[in-house]
Design a protein around this ligand. Sequence first.
Ligand SMILES: *Cc1c(COP(=O)(O)O)cnc(C)c1O
Length: 377
Amino acid sequence: MNNMSRTVPFFDYPSVYSQDEEAYQRILSDVGRRGAFIMQSDLREFEEQLAKFTGAKYAVGVANATDGLQMGMMAGGLEAGFEAIFCSHTMVATASAIHFAGGVPVPVDAGADHLIDVAAIEAAITDKTRAIVPTQLNGRVADMDAIIDIADRHGLEIYEDAAQALGARYKDKMGGTFGVANCISFYPAKVLGCFGDGGAVLTNDDTVYKNLMLLRDHGRSDSTGEIEMWGFNSRLDNLQAAILSHNLNGYQRIIDRRRHIAAAYDRALSDISEMQLPPPPADDGDHFDIFQNYEIEAQDRDALQAHLREHGIGTLVQWGGSPVHLFRALGFDQSLPATEALFDRLLMLPMNMALSDDDVEYVCDTVASFYEGKNSA
Ligand SMILES: *Cc1c(COP(=O)(O)O)cnc(C)c1O
């Protein structure tokens, strides 16, 4: 028992830079002195490196994952008015991407693993449904065999929101490589983060790739400069790409560390009956999780969160505590009681590269002391 009190922030933004400051300064000088700011060799090299890492045929750098998901659906040729089924336990970005691609986002429940409930997908299919948009949440890939089976039987396409899942696998296939076009986010708090906004779209389809390259750069052909379609300005900055290349080189170490922390949480907390933990790395089975987040379910969640805060430990309830279908201003009128009940119990413990083993032990001791105190009271 480590009784020393300490401060463990939920996420430590300055450490994103300071953990490898010299390398980042070198990259900034190198890119800056070359004046290589927009769509230069660093971007092309990062895209190749990312495609190779994931096994996707193509990776296209874009300004952020939200744009990427929207442009991915547009590049895939979905016709306006399509319905797309997504899990309400996701960022509002999943739904807004569908909306701005001309679709109607249809939220469904989360299942026991907090990802899209496969049974709920089938129940939500109508004659307007064209796509399933599973969010590969918390660094875990959904049960893709079942989702692909539903998609095949109903003639639907899959577009993955893999913003949280770079490097996560299902049956040895990477998140972001199952659908027609799939987004990855490089927001600083993501496992592969940059120093601002950034994202990528992964695709195996030649036509989708060609469309994406046009869509992200004003509809302009990169070979002729001709305008070939309506497009956006949604490019990944060349400087961010150079930083991401560097970070992707060290990615295995990052995944290993996060899985190590998840295993430590599991060892220390799995006996607490008031909590439910994500599957530990050792029980992966068909999944290989990268633990973008360590999201637990906890009895008396708000009191636990307050107890941790009093002891200097930052936690977060994902998405500000609300599933997407409860954003009534966006026109949703669904009721998803299972997901709403889940949201009363969700909490994320610190999971990041700035955590020391002592920090993790302190978090575990402090969580345990909360339930011990309750049980003896
Ligand atoms: C972070 C995130 C996004 C948005 O990514 P941006 O790069 O910030 O646009 C979308 N969906 C999920 C599940 C996310 O976690």
